[in-house]
Design a protein around this ligand. Structure first.
Ligand code: PMV
Length: 338
């Protein structure tokens, strides 16, 4: 982690102690962006060029238990009950992030992570993972940070993690400050209990170009990238309008259009970034045909070939008939009684 990231952590934790309790257990949900984040204005702090807006996936996310490890050499880590070798990419990323919070050079963490995001479902677990890690260090050292401060800390691990501190619809404000203290996410005061998100798994293989490298290539080489900030501003305004009016067709149209615009930027990047597989395009065509026949079904996609369906509860049987393998999430399921 960079010196700039350390300075941000020092600023957020100013005056707070480093007395660890035995252990702390926390949870953070995964999220899927309806208006995407693609492009950083600062790579060390994961500061975005634009704002973005996501829906948190309720029960799909990361459970993390963090404590102090008595061993000397490396942090000790388990993922879904299995020991993680220190040289695995997950362990290295998590240890590098935990370096930001080590109270002494010889302090070692014991980390047990359990993902309820099915790894094969094509939902990224890095957002819920880093949000849970930020919450876990806060709980372990008893700092009592605000959700805004936790969002800033989670962002240092992965940009989209800034949006995984809250449930429901979450907006990440791009901010303008060089240190990113105004670049954090917060929940919008809208609930949509009927909303459903479906995961269509086209391929569970790891992506060839990750989001960090992909974003950098797009910002550096895509001549249309200059159009993106204005497009995102329009999409954010339209999506918030759709949420206020509870207009599902408008929500779907903004989300699908924004995802396709992001994938157009990717395709116009040099070398080209094309994440879609033939099955991805086939799914899109089925969705468009079904919509043409009257089904209120839209989709979104991230930096990979998997398709996420957006629909309402009343249409679940029709969507399952069209895509028998779909995994369905009800983002507001835990909030029925609110
Ligand atoms: O947070 P990262 O670096 O994994 O980037 C996420 C990028 C997208 O998933 C494509 C878009 C988004 O807003 O989540």
């Amino acid at each position: 982690m960079s010196g700039a990231a350390r300075q941000v952590v020092a600023r957020v934790l100013a005056g707070r102690g480093a007395q660890a309790r035995e252990s702390a257990t926390v949870y953070a949900p995964a999220n899927i962006a309806l208006v995407k984040y693609w492009g950083k204005r600062d790579e060390a702090l994961n500061l975005p060029v634009t704002g973005s807006l996501s829906i948190s996936l309720g029960p799909l996310g990361s459970h993390v238990t963090l404590g102090r490890w008595a061993g000397a050499a490396d942090d000790a880590m388990w993922l879904n009950g299995e020991v993680l070798p220190a040289e695995s990419s997950f362990a290295r990323r998590a240890s590098a992030y935990l370096d930001l919070f080590r109270p002494a050079a010889d302090f070692r963490f014991e980390l047990r992570a359990r993902n309820t995001v099915p790894t094969a479902a094509g939902f990224a677990s890095s957002a819920s993972g880093f949000a849970a890690l930020a919450k876990a260090v806060d709980a372990l050292f008893g700092w009592g940070l605000t959700e805004r401060e936790l969002s800033i800390l989670a962002r240092l691990g992965s940009g989209s993690a800034a949006r995984s501190l809250a449930d429901g619809f979450v907006e990440w404000h791009a901010g303008v400050a060089a240190d990113g203290m105004d670049s954090f996410a917060e929940r919008l005061a809208v609930t949509w209990p009927e909303l459903r998100v479906g995961a269509l798994v086209v391929s569970a293989a790891e992506k060839a170009v990750g989001s960090r490298a992909g974003m950098r290539q797009t910002v550096e080489t895509c001549e249309f990238y200059r159009e993106w900030p204005a497009r995102v501003a329009r999409d954010l305004a339209d999506l918030k309008g759709a949420l206020e009016k509870k207009d599902f067709a408008a929500l779907g149209a903004v989300a699908e259009g924004n995802a396709l615009a992001m994938h157009a930027l990717m395709a116009a990047t040099r070398p080209p970034l094309v994440y879609a597989l033939p099955e991805t395009v086939a799914a899109m065509r089925s969705i468009w045909a079904a919509r043409g026949a009257g089904l209120a079904l839209w989709f979104t996609m991230d930096a990979g070939p998997n398709v996420k369906l957006l629909f309402e509860a009343k249409d679940e049987a029709d969507v399952r008939a069209l895509f028998p393998g779909v995994q369905v999430v009800a983002p507001f399921a835990g909030e029925d009684k609110l």
